[in-house]
Write a protein that binds this ligand. Structure first.
Ligand SMILES: NC(=O)c1ccc[n+]([C@@H]2O[C@H](COP(=O)([O-])OP(=O)(O)OC[C@H]3O[C@@H](n4cnc5c(N)ncnc54)[C@H](O)[C@@H]3O)[C@@H](O)[C@H]2O)c1
Ligand SMILES: [Zn+2]
Ligand SMILES: [Zn+2]
Length: 365
């Protein structure tokens, strides 16, 4: 029987979001219904509402979530009802040319549920990043649900579903940060701070945090930054060189997604170092670099989708590190809110007041 639940919907470009009754079909083959326990508010949700991703309104927002599997469709073997799961937006196909080359983290054909969730009048919803989790329950492809240790609280675990995983993975997977490395992270929001935490976890000994906002720099220290630079008032490249014996950092991470920031990363990098772009540029942006330097400095210029994560490999491992006290996911949770508060959370995000607002769902509320 299809179920009617509450969900946060963006109906039109720029219009405030509203809580609507949404209809969740029973899971079909390869699908699961997950009862959401917590879902973080990510910039991408706001981008959807602003029409910045596409114009397939209405959107069911939310995609950084954890919850409990309620029911599974035919052929589902990776999870069963009652499992505590973190949702992901890159369920690998196992069959595309990247998967066949043994690189499922780069899968070119990730999938979502086949059936649509709808409004009461039958209007089909576009779920944000193929998830849609600011709601009591959601329908996803089974591969989008990754089982993790239920000892982790949902508000912390759900963060791995997007920005925090992207940042951790930008340092640990894409950047390949290792013991003794120096790392510079530009942009200390949730993604950048996660990159700092990931660099620390991977053994980096010098971690320079760069932001325009001194408050963000204070928070960055709590995640492991050894040095901080306000690039609005001082020269970030010079400061990074100074912190690294005059050379530059082994790995520079752009967690803003702006050409000027990317250029700073490029210049603040040591010879043979790595630049990682994890911030998402606007479609109209272009990049200019001195081409001889691209050659002369060697190393690698890389982009990081979702932190190059493989949810089945990384989510359970990161939750274990969290439970062992080695990865402080709770520190990203700035406030806990209800479904009614998503619009207000967007405003706080725009003002830079929060790292993550997390919606907690109280069953039956
Ligand atoms: N690659 C992925 O898979 C992935 C996943 C999630 C989010 N993202 C992207 O990562 C980026 C960061 O996300 P977030 O949630 O941390 O955002 P955020 O807005 O919370 O943080 C951005 C930070 O950058 C700082 N900043 C802005 N301009 C700057 C500049 N010129 N120099 C230095 N600092 C600057 C801001 O003060 C802020 O602290 C966004 O572009 C987001 O879309 C990427
Ligand atoms: Zn694939
Ligand atoms: Zn996101």
């Amino acid at each position: 029987m299809p179920q009617e639940v509450r969900g946060v919907v963006a109906k039109a470009k720029g219009a405030p979001v509203s809580i609507e009754t949404i209809v969740i079909p029973d899971p079909g083959p390869g699908e699961v219904v997950v009862a959401i326990a917590a879902c973080g508010v990510c910039h991408t949700d706001l981008h959807y509402r602003e029409g910045g991703i596409n114009d397939e309104f209405p959107f069911l927002l939310g995609h950084e979530a954890a919850g409990t599997v309620e029911s599974v469709g035919e052929g589902v073997t990776n999870v069963e009802p009652g499992d505590f799961v973190v949702l992901n937006w890159r369920a690998v196909c196992g069959q595309c040319r990247s998967c066949r080359k043994g690189k499922p983290n780069l899968c070119f054909n990730t999938h979502n549920a086949m059936q649509k969730m709808t409004l009461l009048d039958g209007t089909e919803l576009s779920p944000a990043l193929g998830i849609g989790a600011f709601c009591d329950k959601t329908l996803v492809a089974a591969g989008q649900a990754t089982k993790v240790d239920p000892a982790a609280p949902a508000a912390a675990a759900g963060l791995l579903g997007c920005g925090v995983m992207a940042g951790l993975g930008a340092a640990m997977n894409t950047g390949g940060v290792g013991r003794g490395d120096s790392v510079a992270v530009f942009g200390c929001g949730g993604v950048g701070d996660a990159a700092i935490a990931g660099a620390k976890l991977a053994g980096a000994t010098t971690i320079v945090a760069v932001d325009l906002d001194d408050r963000k720099l204070e928070w960055a220290k709590e995640f492991g930054a050894t040095h901080t630079v306000n690039s609005g008032t001082s020269d970030a490249v010079a400061a990074i060189q100074e912190a690294t014996g005059g050379f530059g950092a082994d790995v520079c991470i752009d967690a803003v997604g702006h050409p000027a920031v990317y250029r700073q990363c490029f210049e603040a990098r040591d010879l043979a170092g790595t630049v990682v772009l994890v911030g998402v540029p606007r479609p109209d942006m272009t990049l200019e670099l001195p081409f001889i330097e691209v050659f002369g400095r060697g190393g690698a210029l890389k982009s990081s989708w979702y932190g190059d994560c493989l949810p089945e490999r990384d989510f359970p491992m990161l939750i274990d590190l969290y439970l062992q006290g080695r990865l402080d996911l709770d520190r990203f949770v700035s406030e806990r809110i209800g479904l009614d508060d998503v619009e207000a959370a967007f405003h706080k995000m725009e003002q830079g007041e929060v790292l993550r607002s997390v919606v907690e769902i109280v069953p039956g509320a």
